[in-house]
Structures are given as C-alpha cells and as structure tokens.
Design a protein around this ligand. Sequence first.
Ligand SMILES: [Zn+2]
Length: 281
Amino acid sequence: MKFQCRHILMLIILLTAVSYSQQIKLYGTLRPGNLIVGKADNAKVVILDNKTLALDTSGVFIFGFDRNAKGTHILKVIFKNKKSVSKKLKLKRRKYKIQRINKMKQALVTPPKYALKKIRLESKMMKEARSKVGKLKVPYFEQGFIRPVKGGKLTGVFGSQRILNGIPKSPHNGLDISVPKGTPVKASAGGKVLIAGNKFYYNGNFVLIDHGFGLTTVYLHFNKLNVKTGQTVKKGDIIGYVGTTGRSTGPHLHWGVKWYNKRIDPMSLLNLKLPKNIKNR
Ligand SMILES: [Zn+2]
C-alpha cells in the first residue's frame, strides 16, 4: 500500500512538472534586423534586456532586433509558479550591401525649400500615428505573414547603405519589389490601419498597419489606396495598388517593418516557420 502511495505521489509531481513546463520556444533566426516569435506556456512576465514584453494569455510574445543590433541579449521568462528562466541570445553578425541609385530626381534627394514645410507636417503626422504603437494588445501576427504582392523582382533589400545620385543617405529599411503599376497589395497580416496617407513627399500614397504588440508594417508608393485610417484589416485584404508616388523611380512596392522603433527585415517575417496554431502549441 505504501509503495502504491509513493507511485501516486510521484505521478502527481510529474504531472505538475508537465503542466508547469518551463520551456521557451523561439521561432526565427537570431541576427540583426530579425523578428522573433516566442512561446512560453505558463509565462507570467517576459523581459528582454530590461524591457517587459506584451504577452498573450497563451504565452505568445514577439521581439525584434534593430538593423544595427549586436552582441548578446538576455531573455528572461518568469513563470506563474514564480520560477524564472533566463536565456542568452547571441546575435550572428550581418553585413549590408551598398546600393547606388543614380537616376533619382534631384528634388527627391535634396528637397527644395518650398517642400520642407510639407515634409515637416508629414513627419509630425507619422510621429502621431506611431505614438499609438504598443497600445494594441491583439496579437494579429499569430497567424503568420504573407508576401504582400505576387511575384516581382526584388530591386532593394533591407539594410543596404543608400547612395542617391552620389549622396550617402540613411540605410534602406525595407524590401523593394518591382511589380507593374496597379498590382494589388495585400496586408501581410491582420491589424489596424494607423495611417493611410495621401501624396506624402517621400512615401507617396501609403499605408501603415499595426499588428499588435509593437509590430507595424508599412507599404509605400501606391497608385491608389484601398483602405482608410482607423480601419481593421484581415491578413490578405487588398490595401492598395502599386504605383510610383513619392520618392520612387518606377512602379514598385516598398515594404517596411518595425518592432516599436527597431528596423526589421521584412524577409524575416516571411522566413518565420510558425506552427499553424501557435496558441495551442
Ligand atoms: Zn524602398
């Protein structure tokens, strides 16, 4: 009898250990510019380098590393049973290309004086839209991401150092996909339209989508918009049509991603191999 009791006790201990698994699953590659999706069952708090991350009830969270991030980062998960696990995340090194563009209209490289007021106003509007980032606690990203346009040639990659008409400019923070004018552009994931902008000096007609937990994607140079500011979109909804408005030399989609203010490589979203239903994994 005594022997059986011990067995039952051991079983109870084992079951408790299983239900309080302290496993941390990370999806994505640890390198600068990449987005990582994480899952830790029974997690109560998740902290990356002293920043508390948004956490879904199912234990899902995300974080990203900026273009210029380097070194080792610490991910700490505190579980509901108060135990904690820390993980060292060592980033791989990454080199970026140099891209020279020489046929850019000079007014788009160095804007003329009359355009400065418009640019300042637009930058203020962008800041205002971006100030809402982090408030949306719906993890729209949980179903993964799709490429916003079908086919097309990649004419610009993430992170490359840009030299426009011989003048060094800030790095290219997105993917350029060359597709014909009028090609439908789809929302890479569901979310809320933070701003659907008209005729901005650099961005042209564009859409900025909040996917929750600090993740945003931006789609620039549309010929025509198909959504309005404040609208909720589903993954795959048509948000606009390809054009060449703003700072652009031909019809293409510029697709950019940020996690809060960190510049993220859109390719890292497409390369994520998330399980079909991450909530139950
Ligand atoms: Zn671009």
